[in-house]
Design a protein. Structure first.
Length: 75
């Protein structure tokens, strides 16, 4: 079976230059995006517990850790 996302137009890895450029652009926006991404992580964890995909105990531990990360001020 073909690897997901491979085949057709995607026959190889991305060019190194593309990876470097994308990483630089993403890194530059990191501080601005950090709070929103953190909130999305918290919402996702809650949804996993509510959907029964993650136990309440594991969810509690995950949320505790995510809240600690969320409390770190962005740059």
């Amino acid at each position: 079976m073909e690897e997901l996302g491979r085949g057709g137009r995607l026959r190889g890895d991305a060019a190194g230059e593309l990876v470097v450029a994308a990483y630089a652009a993403e890194s530059a926006h990191g501080p601005r995006l950090a709070r929103g991404l953190s909130l999305a992580d918290l919402a996702h964890a809650v949804a996993l517990v509510e959907g029964g995909d993650l136990s309440r105990d594991d969810g509690r531990s995950l949320l505790r850790g995510l809240l600690e990360l969320h409390a770190i001020p962005g740059e």
